[in-house]
Design a protein around this ligand. Sequence first.
Ligand code: NAD
Length: 471
Amino acid sequence: MTFDDDFTLTIAGRAIATEAKVAVINPATEAVFAHAPAADAALLDKAVEAAQDAFPAWRDTPVAERRRVLLLLADAIETSAIDLGVLFTREQGRPTPLATREIKAGAAWLRAVAGQEVPVDTVEDSESRRVEVHHVPLGVVAAIVPWNFPFLLTIWKIAPALLTGNTVVLKPSPYTPLCALKLGEMARNILPPGVFNVLSGDDALGPLMSSHAGFAKISFTGSTATGKRVMAAAANDLKRITLELGGNDAAIVLADADPDEVAEAMFAGAFFNTAQVCIATKRLYIHEDIYEAVRDRLHALANKAVVGDGSGEGVTHGPLQNLAQYRRVKALIEEAEASGLTLLRGSAVPEGPGYFLPLTLVDNPPEDSAVVREEAFGPVLPLLRFSDVEEVITRANDSEYGLAGSVWSRSVERALDVAQRLNAGSVWINQNRQVAAHVPFSGFKQSGFGVENGREGLLEFTQTKAIYVPK
Ligand code: NAD
């Protein structure tokens, strides 16, 4: 597959071009390098109609056949992983080897979901009757995806939606539409027409989708602020929703943890993808006994980072993905500095164009500073000293978010005790950023609504239906 400016929507299995376009910017150069089609309300109607038309036949297609075609799609993704990885870097900024890894992870995830069973449970089998619980598809699903993991999060949504018999209209972020458009293009030859439609567009398209009466469900990943708007719009006709939203994840490093191991793992956990990860560590609580040791090792790692254009050799961290995000994080860092906090900056970033910021640690800021309270979603990590475990659990839980967290200790038992008391949907011990297709992923409080992945996530794309069978 070759890549040029020829990006098209996929509606009813066909390529659709538009007059209106969305410019796609390479965040490492700030140059427009491609144009994506901009779907309007009329094209959205067409895509929803195509998905509605395709729904009855797809719903009635045996799961085994749906599984078979999803596996074919996974093969096609794998085959194009190198080309897609290059395109991913240009639109998203991440270094190409890591971008390619996300594409391959998408293929693997699709295979893993395709292998899942859509359960039929018998909840009663008595003398008089059998009661079966079926999980039937909902109809047309809107899949709305952010720019930080544009490919994998797409698969998180479309794989379970399609396996369970729904049809889909996918909308990538206006900042990163290209890999999703290419996925639609690949799927044209694999999935029946209308089963999977892909629309790119400007900022107007998301709100049009969340209020469109043709969708039975919205599966949304993005910011908490937008999630609330989606929820309000969905209330109108009681659309089903799954919202995966922001986080301000705490990691707690107990006194007996190994500073070297913690720093190494934590550096990746906090700064992977230039810290634009919903489940990145965003508040790092370190016991006072090892605070300096962990801080200094983290600073040394930040000094070794190679921040630059993700298409370059040896680059470990790319730019911020877009100008708004760059400005937001830069302002947060400047505010921290202006208020007298101690910043420990990592290696220098390229001069000239590109949304680059150095990986930055903040040395023990007050708990109420913006850099601690806000979801930075960029490379600025507050390190926070603590002495009392009870107190630090309270501090960690004192957030409107509750997406994930981690606990670090030589004693897994001690860590488990703390893990059980963290209010977060995923908690890791002596590791971070673990997710798997068979493990439910969800957010406490304002980090989300509903579940993705695992049996629970699969079933969120279905309606529960009890059938009473007399004997
Ligand atoms: P965003 O909320 O600005 O946009 C997300 C998507 O929603 C985009 O495709 C956007 O075009 C669309 N959108 C905008 N307004 C809409 C509306 N009214 N109705 C429907 N769709 C609309 O988020 P972002 O800046 O792209 O992503 C960053 C945020 O995503 C961070 O807060 C991050 O924590 C969160 N995130 C969460 C998870 C998770 O699984 N919990 C994963 C990745 C990112």
